[in-house]
Design a protein around this ligand. Structure first.
Ligand SMILES: [Zn+2]
Length: 123
């Protein structure tokens, strides 16, 4: 929107339309503004990671993984028809069975057997 007096394009300062010419506002050239922004972003990023480095790394990773897990669960609960509890039980059971040893290998496993075992893994 142009200024009614000098027809210069208005800029918005704190949501108020302002004429840079009539109000004598100095504007930073685009290339300089980009360089300043990049410099400030880099400075903030470095400061942020300096704070992050003060934490115990494994605790931080575990908590980030947990937040990510909760977000995925929340999404799947809201938008998916998948039975998340059953899927989680299968994943947990697979992991534990892979780690186990000493199977007697005496019985075949029917689908019903597998379903019973999975049900026992449910929280
Ligand atoms: Zn003006």
């Amino acid at each position: 929107m142009p200024c009614k007096i000098c027809k210069t394009n208005l800029i918005y300062i704190y949501n108020f339309p302002t004429c840079p010419k009539c109000e004598h506002v100095s504007l930073v050239p685009y290339d300089d503004a980009v360089r300043i922004s990049d410099h400030l972003l880099e400075k903030f990023k470095n400061a942020f990671f300096e704070i992050v480095k003060t934490f115990k790394k494994n605790h931080l990773l575990a908590n980030i993984f947990w937040q990510r897990e909760k977000e995925m669960r929340r999404f799947l609960r809201r938008y998916s028809t998948l039975d998340i509890a059953r899927l989680s039980s299968c994943t947990l059971l697979l992991r534990r069975v892979f780690q186990m040893s000493g199977f007697l290998e005496q019985s075949d496993v029917t689908e019903e057997d597998a379903i019973r075992v999975i049900k026992h893994m449910r929280p």
